[in-house]
Design a protein around this ligand. Structure first.
Ligand SMILES: *Cc1c(COP(=O)(O)O)cnc(C)c1O
Length: 471
């Protein structure tokens, strides 16, 4: 399998080359040259597999430069009941007739990003050892990415993590999760600014090819293809749990920010998994909902990014969206560049409303969208607790609200549970007047000593810090 850039760069790369890279050299995102097709016989075979073996089968279709036995061992080591809390890894539970929650949040940091990041940690360690190389991971997080990355990379040989986050904008629990790590290879950097400032710094540093090469900079942001690929697996696992046979369509609703999670659903659907609809759920930061309703993609300025009670979805532009738009415009790289480089660069928006491609988003690719507000989240958390005795977090509540608006009789709707309520306790308390239960291993973490430095929203300052801490 070869990978190409959405912006038309002529290079074709193998999996392990892009594993350790972020953006393609032309600023595009990597995608497989084709989507492997999965037929019903294969689905029938996969239905019975435990999660780690399913992961191996799917990953094998995209990774041909790691020996099969090694890849199998990496999957087996990653997806264990010990790390993810159950043999199913992503257990499905029915809330009411036809509406399910797929639990993706029982990993070490209690959010779905562990699903991909735990695999990435093991893939990185494997590949770096094989090359006798080192990697410095530079990341941007509004909370969940950073902690998931740090818990996946802590103590791993050959890897350092430099994680930027917007100063003071994460929940106290998230801050404590990250900043309490004392591992020497983990560096927390609090940036004076919002999440997009952090993301811009990562992009600026990655675009400085000299610095990137000299300091062996890599990324674990959701633009990393290996992360997206790992997430494809739980769409299959969710599908198998929601159906008894492989001829039934299933829809998924995905609480979305950078479009990484739902893009994995798009890939699963392109492979032939019978997904009817992919519902993109947003909060007040509704740049994606706006696109799927109107055909206009209008990125917001940092000052127009709302600070909401589902903060992991507080984005002003969706960094993985370019992957989907590439497919939407028929993989026409020149057209893609016009939209993402010319139009977004000049005007901060592009408009596909009059383009026949826009109709395809719903008709051919199955996308719908929805938006919710703080009041919607509170109502959804209350309703779910009252009627089903189930606590959900505010991001999952965004999902459930959008899912309810898109239900089709006879088609199971799987809502991805992207975090546990304890991670966003303040909002759950506001909704219910009670504190969600806290797993024992997280008791008292807010009081632990913190390891973090403060830097201005300036790529040069971050470069200097990295240079100082690499030897
Ligand atoms: C990261 C995250 C999201 C958004 O996922 P994307 O892949 O960025 O769309 C939603 N919910 C939670 C809890 C998250 O951590």
């Amino acid at each position: 399998m070869n990978y190409l850039s959405t912006r038309g760069h002529p290079d074709r790369k193998r999996f392990c080359e892009i594993l350790l890279e972020g953006l393609a050299p032309d600023g595009g995102l990597y995608l497989p040259q084709t989507y492997p097709q999965v037929d019903t016989d294969t689905l029938a075979k996969w239905r019975a597999l435990p999660y780690n073996e399913l992961a191996f089968e799917i990953l094998s279709l995209y990774i041909d430069d790691i020996p099969a036995a090694d890849l199998k061992a990496i999957c087996a080591k990653t997806y264990t009941a010990e790390v993810f809390g159950s043999d199913e890894i992503v257990p499905l539970r029915e809330l009411e007739d036809g509406v399910y929650l797929e639990a993706l949040s029982n990993g070490p940091t209690l959010a779905f990003k562990d699903m991909a990041m735990q695999l990435l940690g093991n893939l990185f360690e494997y590949e770096l050892a094989r090359r006798g190389a080192e990697l410095n991971i530079l990341g941007a997080t509004s909370g969940d990415t950073g902690s998931a990355a740090e818990y996946a990379m802590r103590g791993k040989k050959g890897v350092r993590v430099f994680m930027t986050s917007p100063d003071g904008r994460m929940s106290p629990f998230q801050q404590a999760q990250m900043f309490s790590l004392q591992d020497e290879n983990i560096h927390n950097i609090a940036i004076t600014g919002v999440f997009d400032d952090c993301q811009d710094i990562v992009k600026a540093v990655s675009n400085d090819l000299g610095f990137k090469r000299k300091y062996r900079i890599g990324t674990v942001n959701s633009i990393n293809w290996a992360r997206l690929l790992a997430q494809v697996v739980y769409y299959f696992a969710g599908y198998f749990q929601a159906t008894a046979s492989n001829d039934k369509p299933v829809s998924f609703t995905v609480p979305s920010g950078n479009f990484g999670n739902v893009c994995a659903g798009h890939v699963a659907r392109m492979m032939g998994l019978p997904i009817q609809t992919l519902v993109v759920a947003t909060n007040e930061n509704d740049v994606l909902d706006e696109f799927f309703r109107t055909g206009v993609y209008r990125v917001r300025a940092a000052v127009d990014t709302h600070e909401t009670s589902s903060p992991s979805m507080d984005i002003s532009k969706a960094s993985n969206f370019e992957r989907f738009v590439f497919d939407l415009v028929g993989r026409d790289a020149a057209r893609l560049r016009q939209l993402f480089v010319d139009d977004l660069g000049l005007k901060g928006s592009f408009d596909l409303s009059a383009d026949p491609a826009f109709q395809q988003a719903a008709e051919r690719f199955g996308f719908r969208s929805g938006r919710s507000t703080h009041a919607d989240r509170l109502a959804m958390i209350r309703d779910t607790e009252k009627r089903f005795a189930t606590l959900i977090d505010p991001h999952t509540a965004d999902g459930l609200k959008a899912a309810r608006e898109q239900l089709v009789p006879g088609v199971p709707m799987v809502v991805l549970e992207t975090a546990l309520p304890i991670k966003f306790a303040a909002t759950v308390v506001e909704a219910l007047g009670e504190e969600p239960a806290r797993p024992k291993k997280f008791e008292g973490i807010e009081a632990l000593p913190k390891r973090v430095v403060q830097l201005p929203a300036d790529a040069e300052a971050v470069k200097a810090y990295i240079a100082e801490h690499c030897d």
